[in-house]
Ligand binder design. Structure first.
Ligand code: GAP
Length: 440
């Protein structure tokens, strides 16, 4: 059998729309640039990703969670360096007014939008933070920012959490939440958007031990991506060289995925030194030192290892990795989303072979029983072949079909998404069958 991976992002965008994963935001008004809405299957998948991250990162002794507010005191962004440095160099085409990142295009070449030659403005620094007003009065004092990363909500809560949870180093604080960046060149579906969700963790360590914990988190995070069903051969580490390192980092690497648009960063693992806490200590005037009782009550600012993954970008990798076309261009062509069964948004479908009361009665009984434990669908519309194809496209690993034999012998047909093989299983064994198969 010939089988192809996803080759064009457009094929995925179209499947996501057709099958209820992801829609363009405000579509009936013509959409809003690079903003996307997660439909019923998309939000299900997203929640699976978030729950798995939360479990992997916080169901352990050394990491606790937080959910900080999106709007923060404006001085946070002064201290973090975002007000002064979170900028991209921007140039405009004088003719068509399109905007580009200077570092992403050749300024001596024609405008990529209208073809005008040598018509670009001088570069100016453009801050990527979204501004808004707080309260009824519009003046500069009431200007606040939508957070461009969740990390700062963790740093400013370091003293609260360390003292209330009585945490000793090394320990981490994890958070999932929205972040906003006024990206100049968003695009490639949900790869780069202006509103996205981050899953970040700051791991506070004793200065000098950062290399050891950087290694630990590098391994842990790789394993997590693989545990979500991503093929390891589609992943690689990209260590940052001297020129790529942020000024506050003493080491950094990305975990990259091979998207159809090429290799792209999915997660960053950064050794951020004591930069952020030091800055917040200076700007807030509050003492953010840690007292190390295991080292003669020595006082110091901890170093930080950060793991930062975009929820949407990881989800895009899951979708790209699952997408397969079998026997392309032939009568037997089949599009199938090969999600790992524990990642599939819909875990099983229950289908009476025909719309007949005696079959539907058994089918709805099974449906209700399975629904106590799993997200499943009931489908009675159309031919059984068409129903299977739809479930293949949304990646449902198992379909249970109730037919006239079921009435006689209390067994149903289980059809496997990947092999398309069918077997008969007793009705009273189906919950166990599912528990066994869906386990990760
Ligand atoms: N706190 C560190 C930080 O924010 P980053 O490399 O700027 O680091 C971390 O972002 C992750 O957030 C990226 O690896 C990516 O997965 C995701 N991300 C960043 N910008 C994004 C955007 N505009 N759209 C979607 N995801 C984005």
């Amino acid at each position: 059998m010939v089988e192809k991976n996803l080759e064009s992002m457009n094929d995925l965008v179209s499947l996501c729309k057709r099958r209820g994963f992801i829609f363009q935001s405000s579509e009936i008004y013509g959409g809003l640039g690079s903003c996307w809405d997660y439909g019923p299957l998309g939000v299900e998948l997203k929640n699976i990703v978030k729950n798995r991250w939360w479990k992997a990162m916080t169901y352990r002794d050394d990491v606790v969670g937080v959910d900080a507010s999106i709007l923060m005191h404006p001085t946070v962004w002064k201290a973090s360096g975002h007000v002064d440095n979170f900028t991209d160099p921007l140039i405009d085409c004088k003719k068509c007014k399109s905007r580009f990142r200077e570092d992403k295009i050749d300024v001596n070449a024609p405008c990529p939008n209208c073809g005008a030659q040598g018509e670009f403005t001088e570069a100016r620094e453009f801050n990527l933070m979204f501004k808004t007003q707080m309260g009824a009065v519009e003046d500069t004092a009431s200007t606040v920012f939508l957070r461009p990363e969740t990390a700062q909500g963790i740093f400013v809560n370091f003293p609260n959490i360390q003292s209330t949870m009585r945490k000793k180093l090394p320990f981490g604080i994890a958070q999932i939440g929205k972040a906003f960046r006024n990206e100049i060149t968003p695009g490639n579906f949900i790869f780069r958007t202006r509103e996205f969700e981050q899953m970040e963790m700051q791991y506070f360590v004793k200065p000098g031990s950062q290399k050891e914990f950087m290694e630990m988190w590098k391994e842990e995070r790789w394993k997590w991506h693989v545990s979500n069903g991503i093929r390891p051969e589609k992943l690689r580490y990209h260590p940052h060289g001297e020129g790529e390192l942020a000024h506050y980092a003493d080491a950094a690497l990305d975990i990259e995925y091979e998207f159809p648009i090429g290799w792209g960063e999915m997660e960053g693992v950064h050794s951020r030194t004591d930069f952020d806490l030091k800055q917040h200590q200076e700007f807030s005037g509050k003492n953010l030192q840690y007292v190390d009782q295991l080292d003669g009550n020595k006082k110091y600012i901890p170093y930080v290892i950060e793991t930062s993954v975009g929820c949407d970008r990881h989800l895009l990798a899951i979708l790209c990795d699952a997408y397969r076309v079998e026997n392309p261009g032939t009568e037997e062509e089949r599009v199938v989303m090969r999600f790992a069964p524990h990642m599939a948004p819909i875990k099983a479908a229950v289908m009476p072979l025909m719309k007949k009361p005696e079959l539907e009665e058994i089918a709805t009984g099974l449906y209700k029983e399975l629904q106590k434990y799993f997200k499943i669908e009931y489908d009675v519309a159309g031919s059984i072949g068409k129903r299977y194809r739809r479930q293949d496209e949304i990646g449902t690993p198992y379909c249970f079909t109730i037919d006239y034999d079921t009435i006689e012998d209390r067994t149903v047909t289980v059809r496997d998404r990947d092999s398309m093989s069918q077997e008969r299983v007793s009705l009273d064994k189906i919950v166990d069958f599912m528990r066994d198969k869906i386990r990760d």
